[in-house]
Design a protein around this ligand. Structure first.
Ligand code: HEC
Ligand code: HEC
Length: 283
């Protein structure tokens, strides 16, 4: 039995008619009755021949889960963004500076999240938001870096995402970022683990199907970080990658590793055009 058959259950793949295919719902997401979120849009050019449309994971979730995300008072992820808002103006490190001292209000950072991961010229590397935040902590503040996928960090990425909600994801994939992007793309199509499954086998070939009572989406990251009802906490994007790789019964890469940074750039670019919607709510 190959990996997909195992995952979906041997029977369902034998009789094609038995495969549960459920379309994403038709629904619109308007946050707090005012911010319109683009949850489906024309696929970016580099996905020609793969998808006509890219669709947010939000449209694959149950009614109650979708409703929770539509109002900041109901979205548990916003509690963590608010914790980061407090941390934003706390001075730390040898320079005695806070984020606020150099960056003003979190809202002044609205143009940042949609472009990450992003090439940093001085460092000569593609940086995720987490890497940039830690670069500021170490180089600008003289403070200890936060754990890459730890609570302080995921809260801060939630805050920086929340102020960008409604803006289109637009990561650059050309120029100096291109080779990293190519690396991420190759990973996306590489079969991992005992089950020999690539990201694409699930999120491209089988999105819309039910897999162990879960509705398989296109696997975009415009909603990260994500509050998951399953573990009742905010989940960093690379922790989600880790979980998905583990589901193929493979050894996984570490959050913050060059491999996952490349994969994040590539996966982000598949969602170019969808709105930033983090912190989102998922199951
Ligand atoms: C002493 C000043 C200073 C402090 C304090 C500081 N930063 Fe920065 N930050 C900078 C500078 C300068 C840049 C621009 C670097 C660049 O563009 O290469 C930057 C860039 C950034 C960016 C990327 C912006 C972009 O457009 O790509 C983010 C995100 C960021 N900082 C977050 C933070 C956070 C969060 C904190 C607090 C934990 C913080 N910074 C603290 C000076 C600071
Ligand atoms: C065996 C099938 C399978 C494989 C292989 C797989 N995933 Fe997933 N993934 C899932 C399921 C099931 C979910 C939860 C339902 C959903 O959101 O699609 C999920 C969720 C996600 C999400 C969250 C989407 C959202 O809107 O919250 C992302 C991002 C993701 N996967 C990325 C990846 C990446 C990157 C890879 C390759 C390293 C991968 N997945 C491999 C099954 C898989």
């Amino acid at each position: 039995m190959n990996g997909l058959a195992w995952m979906f259950g041997a029977v369902s793949l034998v009789g094609a008619g038995a495969v549960a295919l459920a379309d994403p719902v038709e629904d619109t997401l308007v946050l707090n009755g005012e911010t319109e979120i683009v949850t489906r849009t024309a696929a970016p050019e580099h996905l020609d021949g793969v998808f006509d449309e890219v669709i947010s994971g939000w449209l694959y979730r149950e009614d109650e889960t979708r409703v929770m995300q539509a109002d900041d008072f109901d979205n548990p992820g916003m509690i963590f963004a608010e914790l980061a808002r407090d941390a934003w103006s706390v001075a730390e490190g040898s320079e005695g500076k806070s984020c606020a001292d150099c960056h003003g209000e979190p809202e002044d950072m609205a143009e940042v999240r949609p472009h990450y991961p992003k090439w940093n010229e001085e460092a000569g590397e593609v940086r995720t938001l987490e890497m940039q935040i830690n670069a500021c902590r170490e180089d600008q503040m003289g403070a200890e870096p936060w754990k890459y996928n730890g609570g302080d960090m995921v809260n801060m990425t939630a805050l920086l995402s929340s102020v960008s909600r409604g803006l289109p994801v637009s990561v650059a994939i050309d120029g100096p970022a291109q080779s990293t992007w190519e690396q991420g793309k190759e990973m996306y199509y590489t079969r991992y683990g005992q089950l020999e499954l690539a990201c694409a086998n699930c999120h491209e070939d089988n999105n819309g199907r039910m897999i162990r009572a879960d509705h398989l989406s296109q696997g975009h990251i415009n909603g990260f970080p994500t509050y998951r009802l399953k573990n009742t906490k905010l989940n960093a994007v690379q922790d989600r990658f880790k979980g998905c790789v583990r589901d193929t019964r493979a050894e996984t890469f570490a959050p913050g590793s060059p491999e996952f940074v490349a994969l994040e750039l590539y996966v982000a670019s598949r969602g170019n055009g969808l709105s930033v919607e983090g912190p989102s709510v998922r199951n």
